[in-house]
Design a protein around this ligand. Structure first.
Ligand code: T3D
Length: 254
């Protein structure tokens, strides 16, 4: 259900239930979480790429999973939340390639990418309100920060299905790519990041996430601490040496 492939320093994860539009089940979420933990622990993985198989990125929670049973969403959400925490706190760049529809928690997962590409023809819908649910998987946290409160209100209260072009204009994605070139472009981007100073990229990611809850004074302090850490990396040494020698740097993520 979650297909894994290595492309040098990039771990490519593909949500792979195309017959159900990659709708998310407990089992799929557990596999995704395990793969994200593997990415965290494996020093050879320096960037992650997440995409979906078939015509959708993900239709969100599999609405057939619980059958006629009354679902225990609060309990079930622990599985979503640990995936979201793993994505948000992975100190490695995450590229998401949105290959088709991203709805509900599928849209939430897509937005947790640090850099987001979408295929021309992909669509986004928050979907939750349409089935009487509240946004989850961090969407209530991330959406107003990405698009502003007014647009987040519209997307969450009315749940329009928006096009890739609208998503680009809103800042939900960074770049659009023709569908047939999406994976190739996303891999190129992820490989470029994987060859970069990935410790510094990971720490930058941490600063951005923390910035949401810190005062200016606290943010300045954290920048100083993490700059201290970045300044002690071999990549910083190499970056400065390469600059002086007027050659491209060879970063190792250390
Ligand atoms: O803890 C918890 O579990 C709560 C957490 C909730 C998190 C959530 O994600 S809630 C939101 C759940 N998702 C949705 O409500 C989205 C529902 N789907 C859609 O809006 C649309 O299907 C799409 C926008 C994703 C795609 O539209 P389209 O027109 O390309 O396809 P379609 O015709 O609507 O769907 C194709 C098939 O996929 C269809 O099945 P069929 O008729 O061919 O047998 C459809 O029922 C099925 N499908 C689509 N989404 C889901 C799904 N099956 C199960 N679960 C789905 N989420």
């Amino acid at each position: 259900m979650v297909e894994k492939a290595r492309h040098e320093g990039v771990l490519l994860l593909t949500l792979n239930r195309p017959e159900r539009l990659n709708a998310l089940t407990g089992a799929l979420l557990d596999e995704l979480y395990a793969a994200l933990e593997e990415a965290r622990e494996d020093g050879a993985v320096r960037a992650l790429l997440l995409t979906g198989a078939g015509r959708a990125f993900s239709a969100g929670q599999d609405l057939g999973e619980f059958g006629e049973e009354k679902p225990d969403y609060e309990g079930h959400l622990r599985r979503y939340n640990r995936v979201v925490r793993a994505l948000a706190t992975l100190e490695k760049p995450v590229v998401v390639a949105v290959n088709g529809a991203a709805a509900g928690a599928g849209m939430s997962l897509a937005l947790w990418g640090d850099l987001r590409l979408a295929a021309i023809g992909a669509t986004f819908s928050t979907a939750f309100v349409r089935i009487g649910l509240v946004p989850d998987s961090g969407l209530s946290f991330l959406l107003p920060r990405l698009v502003g409160l007014a647009k987040a209100q519209e997307l969450l209260y009315l749940s329009p299905r928006i096009s890739a072009e609208e998503a680009l204009a809103l800042g939900l994605v960074h770049r659009l790519v023709p569908a047939e070139r999406l994976l190739e472009e996303a891999l190129r981007l992820a490989q470029g990041l994987a060859e970069g100073p990935t410790r510094a990229l990971g720490l930058t990611k941490k600063l951005l996430l923390e910035s949401f809850r810190l005062s200016l004074e606290e943010a300045l302090d954290l920048e100083a601490i993490l700059q201290g850490e970045a300044g002690r990396t071999l990549d910083h040494e190499e970056g400065v040496r390469a600059f002086r020698e007027k050659r491209p740097p060879r970063f190792q993520g250390r």
